[in-house]
Design a protein around this ligand. Sequence first.
Ligand code: AMP
Length: 395
Amino acid sequence: MSKTMAINAGSSSLKWKLYAMPEEEVLASGIVERIGLDNALFSIDYNDGESVERTADISNHEVAVEMLLKELIDLSILNSFDEITGVGHRVAAGGESFSDSAVVTDEVLKEIERLGELAPLHNPANAMGIRAFKKILPDITSVAVFDTSFHQTMDKVNYLYSIPMEYYEKHNARKYGYHGTSHKYVSQRASEMLGKPLEDLKIVSCHLGNGASLCAIEGGKSVDTSMGFTPLAGLTMGTRSGDIDVSLLPFLMEKEGIADINEMIDILNKQSGLKGLSGISSDMRDLHEQAAENEQAAVALRIFENRVIKYIGAYAATMNGVDAVIFTAGIGENDIQTRQNIIEGISFLGAQIDNEKNDCRGKERVISTDGSKVAVLLVPTDEEVMIARDIERLS
Ligand code: AMP
């Protein structure tokens, strides 16, 4: 048995899971939040129900990793650091450099940092997490798993923007897509659940969380996806606008007296989507609660569903057919009403929801009727287990 850790490092947080492999058993998991701020929060869940939670001064990621590893020893989850055989890190942007996960060498780490120009909020933080573990566990295999890798199979026809070609040639300005690890995991599970080889399936995977994207998957390969050069494109999200006409930017900047384009982009990332439309909240639960009395909340919900329906239609056309639609992530796994409305919106494809089967949250199951021409599946995502598998595969 080997013990491996899957890590998701943010600028002030570090989420982790410790696995026993190849059994894929979660031995412990936890999060360190508010790193670098007063009263950082440190929590661990272990032994099927036991937990540790406390505040501490955690000035940087290295201190967080030290504390976490020491705690794993103190709680006897590990006997020594030598038991850890690999650490895998989620990395947002791999650009065109990484079409698969990679063992982290000095060159790989430098490239991850360079690709910070594609994901300025995420890659530098991901790199910080990698450095912290490398410093404390220098001899242990370190693997980077990129959100973009799965989409590197897209054809030019789908990843090029219709702008002067030299911008792609000179600067790699193109669609990259995100959530790749999640789309890959749920499509593999769907194939197992349906008992059909991935090679024979045309799938639309709907990762609907606070960040949301759709992916057209043919023969197990991503052929198109709704996020773009950055995660701002595509669907209406919790706080992101999704697709808009870019000519709105100079128009709004002039009207609103916004001088800096970065401020405008920040509004599209953080003040838009469900939050901006409803004026209430970025959270679907709040919008459902208020939709009966509040027209804006009701409209925001309809816009969210409408964009998903349009993209499913577009991807069915891209693949010239669709065998399965998958729902995953916070909204996809839990929002019964939204799933029902979306599937009713694609009844022209022969998709039919079974309302009894759909009446559930967070459980893996087929939610379409036996006679539905398109299988509809609810598959809780598991990006961490994909990271653990890649550590095994690459070490
Ligand atoms: P994620 O980013 O995948 O964690 O998803 C977060 C989103 O899931 C939240 O913003 C909520 O809108 C949504 N969500 C979570 N639970 C529910 C629920 N029971 N009903 C509707 N939406 C939910």
